[in-house]
Design a protein around this ligand. Sequence first.
Ligand code: HEC
Ligand code: HEC
Length: 372
Amino acid sequence: MDRFRIGSRSILIATGLSLLVVGCGKPAGEATNAGESANGAEPEMQPTTDALITRARDIFKPIPVNAPSLPGNPATADKLALGKMLYFEPRLSVTHSISCESCHNIGLGGADNSPTSAGFHGQRGARNSPTVFNAVFNFAQFWDGRAKDLEEQAAGPLVNPVEMASPKEHVAQQLAALPNYRDAFARAFPNDANPVSLANAQKAIALFEATLITPNAPFDKYLRGDATALNVTQKAGLSLFMDKGCSTCHSGVNLGGTMYAKFGQIEAPDAKYLPVGDKGRGGITGNAADDYFFKVPTLRNIALTAPYFHTGSEGDLAKAVDVMARTQLGLTLSKAETDQLVAFLGTLTGDQPQIAAPQLPASDAKSPPPAP
Ligand code: HEC
Ligand code: HEC
């Protein structure tokens, strides 16, 4: 592990695990979140002879307590602070009414508990808003994986007509018009001659999102060797999750986010879950073999982020589990099995990020007005 000091803050980077901590001596009012409140040392994996823990460790990994670093986007406290402001900034939308937080609410598990998200002028996109929590651990972003990482993803909603509907120029114009943003960008990107840009906004937002991780779920404690962190029913659910084959798709640190899979691998789902029009990955690659493949979503904090599926068409987690068993594995679960699986999924709820809303620069007479 290498330790760097930037100003009064210490940044800890572990190249193998890719960890980063910004903390110590943070100014009052700055965000406290998993990344910032962590003290640098990852909890250890305790030696264990427990057969279930040993088996689970081969398939899943605990969420680190420190935010991961992003390649090519080194963390500084100034960049993080800017990213947080932009995440909460409604003036990035042409109507000045929608921010990332609107659809990825930090108090609602990083999602919006709505089937599909209300966006620009109340139009609805066709897909459910996935949680941003732990999204940094996903191998690609969006249900169809069309963005490779958080940085690339962040441009999407800013210019997507159904989401924030900002023309590209609007974003930079809007930000450059507010003197405090000019300063905030200059501090965050000190070596950049023109720091206020969409590209730099994407970098700062991505960095902030990387801190939105939810460590210390009962399942993480269990994986680290605390055999008492799960009760008997939850352990039975974990066994079923592996025995029945859920973990062939939902694996890794996020129990998802490592691969694409066809929704309806064994049996076609009901059209309300899988309407014919949304071909998922096939819509991106144009390859018929990819039709109806979607990114296997994370199951982290799943108890907090109903409704489920890319259509947001199932509000009941037990029903979603039954749909999965049938469509992906060709299995009909008993009520007891479903209950055990749901109990296990409940152990995936971790510490929610504690974020104080940032102070945003006030608009003034020269600031561009919202579009009508
Ligand atoms: C109007 C609602 C809305 C707004 C505003 C919005 N999003 Fe999203 N977001 C969505 C929806 C819906 C999806 C899924 C779209 C898809 O997969 O095609 C999504 C997907 C994502 C993902 C991918 C997560 C994953 O696991 O695939 C991330 C990350 C994300 N948004 C971050 C942001 C950020 C950052 C902003 C602000 C710049 C933002 N979103 C603004 C609705 C919204
Ligand atoms: C063949 C791969 C595969 C298997 C096996 C599988 N899943 Fe899934 N799972 C997916 C995909 C793909 C989705 C996304 C479906 C969609 O909405 O397009 C998903 C979605 C889910 C969701 C909804 C997540 C959300 O945020 O909306 C839950 C819950 C879930 N799976 C649980 C399970 C359980 C429990 C099992 C075992 C009974 C299981 N899955 C087996 C691939 C799989």
